[in-house]
Design a protein around this ligand. Structure first.
Ligand code: PRX
Length: 650
């Protein structure tokens, strides 16, 4: 974090919007900020009116800290907002999804076609006994059925819990059981870097220990692979998606949902070993999703919008599915790896579909930089007019590269700060009005109130502190599923009635925010959130491990990587490939995103006299930095020995 601060302190470049961009922009005047801050609730009510409501709300906000209700008494359906209202207009024939599979197969679904698929799948779910309020787990590759399944759930009022396809069987099992999902929607396989990902096999392992699951619906992604045994179908429990769809009625009346009815649960990592089920409701979430999609991405009818995030993460919920579809946009969706079959895959797709707005993560941008400019140069990127980033701090060097080589120095960049918990974008430029600075997410979106506080809650005007959100916002999480005490404790216990996101930030003299990174034991590995405790629990579940401490270390491409320090059980006979075995063990427990880069087997860990592991020192060791203050250590020789060992092995 301190390295980042040093870099940012020297960053002086500024990028005002061009006159041409400003002239055509949806928001052209800064007055929107003053209006929204003078009449915050009125601003959000105006945004909510961009949705279609079955019944209007009676009160914009009911705030009983830390619980908020937005658009009280309002009724609406998220799927009807993404589909029905468009098929009544000329958008009926507009392409909603431009999809490409990794092997090169393609599908384009118009709003009408997507509407029909969603209606039919909603009827399929009903036929399997799914009722309003029942949870449905979705474990799919990036295929149209993922979006169809989400919207079908929304249509019948069944909250979905999408689990990223890269998560292991055990991670899937824990998420299904925590949400007590009744149905699981999965696929036989997915494609990733030329390999088949055996989703159904993982799902089978998971579901074997999920008594709540009554039915599994399996999308036949790869016709012909079944015989090879890739998907074993269990009679009575498992059903082919296409077979159920064949008999399904093409219309399903959307359920009338209360603004505060749950739309979805999405699990994310926290500071304990157990992921948190973040609960989002309908009216507020949809309002913020639509408002930010329209205003941050300056969305126009003719745009082709590509958010590269997987549906398994919140970005794929808000900016691949709900936001752009509510706005009636044409969205690009891609199944596979960015370097398959070659490193120009994304740019080939930008060219093929004439993408105008492109939204990705800094970790991807750093990979593009490393691969070199020859790949984007091969393709015509002249349709692009706006670029975005999300998920982790972007280093100014990557920002400038993105601006120059992808945006041809013409496209504004929106660096958007938000979280699974916030539901939608919170701190961001508005591309037609904000002068951007590389590395800064700039200022809060209109209607969002953020500041910097110190530990005791004193406001910090300029300098570094904890990021804080000082008033409720429509897309905010409502609770942690099944654990409201943890909700209060995690987000609302640091200061009175102020939300604590867990990020450190700096504010400059112009009031711009520069997000520095997490201040808790949550890591950001290649834009994916991971709790150090989760990885530690995975490690100690291995029979040879007695104790483990996991920390993040800076990584050129991924932003952060994992370093694990492990103490073996006494009497354990060490084998040569133990480190690899432990890495694979973590992958099996959590998924490939949690594979530790470094595993250091040690006899001791640096501890305070009271026995607490000093992670700060482990971070210094992993980062190859000079050691910080060691005076509180029980045995200072431990850490010196560990540092030498790390340098030798690392
Ligand atoms: O640390 C912040 C970082 O990602 C965290 C949220 O992760 P997640 O819930 O997985 O959502 C990611 C996508 C919204 C934050 O607490 N983060 C997100 N966006 C940015 C960021 N850090 C710096 N700049 C950003 N633009």
């Amino acid at each position: 974090m301190s390295d980042r601060l040093d870099t940012l302190l020297h960053e002086r470049r500024t990028f005002p919007p061009s006159a041409a961009f400003r002239r055509a922009a949806t928001v052209r005047s800064k007055a929107v900020y003053q209006q929204a801050s003078r009449q915050r609730l009125r601003f959000w009510a105006a945004q909510a009116r961009e949705l279609e409501w079955d019944r209007k709300w009676t009160k914009v906000l009911d705030w009983k800290p830390p619980h908020a209700k937005w658009f009280v008494g309002g009724k609406l359906n998220a799927s009807a907002n993404c589909l029905d209202r468009h098929v009544r207009t000329a958008r009926r024939n507009k392409v909603a999804l431009l999809w490409e599979g990794e092997p090169g197969d393609r599908r384009a679904l118009t709003y009408w076609e997507l509407y029909r698929e969603v209606n039919r799948f909603a009827n399929v779910l009903k036929g399997l006994g799914v009722r309003k309020g029942d949870r449905v787990a979705i474990y799919l590759p990036m295929i149209p059925e993922a979006v169809i399944a989400m919207l079908a759930c929304a249509r019948i009022g069944a909250p979905h819990s999408v689990v990223f396809g890269g998560f292991s069987a055990e991670s899937l099992r824990d998420r299904i059981n925590d949400a007590e999902a009744k149905v699981l929607v999965t696929a036989d396989v997915g494609h990733r870097r030329g390999q088949l990902v055996p989703l159904k096999n993982n799902a089978d392992q998971a579901v074997a220990e999920c008594p709540c699951i009554a039915h599994v619906v399996v999308v036949h992604r790869e016709r012909g692979t079944t015989d090879a045994g890739l998907a074993h179908m269990k009679a009575g429990r498992d059903h082919w998606y296409h077979e159920l769809m064949d008999g399904a009625d093409a219309y399903c009346k959307p359920a009338v949902m209360d603004a505060e009815d749950m739309l979805f649960i999405l699990y994310t990592s926290g500071t304990t070993g157990k992921p948190k089920g973040i609960v989002h409701t309908t009216g507020g979430y949809m309002t913020q999703a639509l408002a930010t999609t329209r205003l941050v991405f300056d969305l126009k009818e003719e745009d082709v919008f590509w958010c590269t995030a997987d549906v398994g993460w919140v970005t794929g919920h808000t900016y691949l599915t709900y936001g752009p579809l509510a706005a009636g946009a044409t969205c690009v969706m891609y199944e596979g790896a960015p370097d398959w079959p070659d490193k120009d895959r994304l740019w080939a797709m930008v060219e093929r579909y004439g993408v105008t707005i492109f939204y990705t993560a800094p970790t991807a941008i750093r990979a593009f930089m490393k691969w070199g400019t020859e790949y984007p140069k091969r393709r015509d990127l002249s349709t692009l007019r706006l670029l975005g980033t999300v998920g982790e701090p972007i280093n100014p060097e990557a920002w400038i590269w993105y601006h120059k080589y992808i945006g041809a120095s013409r496209c504004p960049i929106v660096d958007t700060w938000w979280q699974t918990e916030t539901g939608g974008i919170m701190i961001t430029p508005l591309p037609g009005v904000t002068t951007t600075k590389p590395g800064s997410a700039t200022v809060p979106f209109p209607g969002i109130e953020a500041t910097l506080l110190d530990g005791s809650g004193e406001e910090i005007a300029t300098g570094g502190g904890f990021l804080a959100i000082t008033s409720p916002w429509p897309g905010m999480l409502r609770t942690i599923y099944g654990d409201d005490a943890r909700y209060r404790q995690t987000y609302w216990s640091r200061w009175d009635d102020i939300y604590f996101p867990g990020d450190g930030a700096k504010r400059d003299a112009q009031g711009y925010f520069w997000i520095l990174g997490r201040v808790d034991d949550v890591l950001n590995i290649a834009g994916h959130r991971l709790g150090t405790m989760e990885v530690e629990s995975a490690l100690v579940s291995h029979p040879s491990v007695a104790e483990a401490a996991v920390v993040g270390k800076p990584h050129e491409l991924k932003g952060q990587a994992l370093a694990a320090f492990v103490i073996l059980r006494s009497g354990h006979q060490r084998t040569g490939d133990l480190e690899d075995e432990l890495r694979e063990h973590v992958v099996k427990k959590i998924g490939a995103i949690a594979r530790p880069d470094d595993i250091i087997v040690t006899a001791e860990l640096p501890k305070t006299r009271s026995g607490k592991i000093m992670r700060r020192l482990l971070k210094d060791i992993a980062a190859g930095r000079a050691l910080g203050d060691v005076t509180t250590l029980a045995d200072p020789t431990v850490v010196a020995a560990l540092k030498t060992k790390y340098e030798d092995e690392g």
